[in-house]
Design a protein around this ligand. Sequence first.
Ligand code: GLU
Length: 395
Amino acid sequence: MKEYLTDKINDLPASATLTMAAKARELKNSGIDIIGLSLGEPDFDIPTYIKEGAIKAINDNYNSYTPVDGYIDLKESICNKFKRDNKIIYSPNQIVVSTGAKQSIANAVQALVKPGEEVILLSPYWVSYSAIVLMADGIPKIIESDINTNFKVSAEQIEKEISNKTKMVIINSPNNPSGSVYTKEELEQIAAVLKKYSGIFILSDEIYEHINYGVEHFSFARIDGMYDRTITVNGVAKAFAMTGWRIGYLGAPEWIAKACTKLQGQVTSGANCIAQKATIIALNEPVEKIKYMVKEFEERKKLITKLLNDIKGFKLNNPDGAFYVFPDVSYYFGKKIDDININNASDFAMLILEKAHVATVTGDAFGCPKNIRISYAASKENIIEAISRIKKILD
Ligand code: GLU
């Protein structure tokens, strides 16, 4: 039936993160004891005050379509959040609430990137950026990095990649999958390059803002001269353990926000009404209330990096944020383990899924073919068991 589908859909890669999660779920349902470390999904319960906000919204009969760009009181809360946490001043007409940060990113790319225009992605990059650019008929231009630069790309590397077709640069800090956090100075150096070229927009994906273990989070739109060209994307999935509630948002110059609203109005309409009301509570309460999760993630990070560093051939950076480790496993390429030839990171991820029953994601999907991504948004018990299973197979 493939011939009935469009070339665009046939050529589109499936999301590697979601594919691996589905595979793990399927194996689990068939009775295999799989430990899922593929998805970036906090295992915490949603804080009670947020749940109560949702229950109140249901009891208050919030059941109608919402404004396409979100409830006004939610947009005001988002403006206050941007002012409080990021020192960026947006007004509600610059905010668009969407069904997850993924939709916010897709809206902005669809609104700005014309066919044949280039979007610079800093590798490692989150799996869906390249697919979203391709869906807009844009061209992803990938700048490589590796563990030697702590998976960061320099301003000079970006400048070398700029052409007269460059339309956008996507920056994700804290980064999924490397956990690297770009410093204020590094971002200012990138901005200094971009200032020289007009017509290049910056999509700053800050969804892991609060999952940060020390390097100060700095919003790109704060940098002198960048506000008018930056789309700041965030959401409640990661910091508030609200992945399934699907609320993301962006702040941008009003003309971009309006374009995103127009697009969203033809595709999905406004995001879920109950989840929007719960998000108001999540954002209005002090950030300190969710710090216990960050503290726990930091402990898990220490645990998993220690355990992985004990495995022969694993090379790791020390992530400053998010909840992933991204080891280079290329030591095992060209080797045969349990009758399975390991030629690349996908083979390696399949080996540990099939033999150790641990789900991870291949680094190819993030632009780093020597690595695999392991999520530590899982209990310490599961982390210990998963890494010991992996070690056993490799030993
Ligand atoms: N952003 C998460 C991850 O990278 C969720 C899955 C997805 O949407 O890709 O695991």
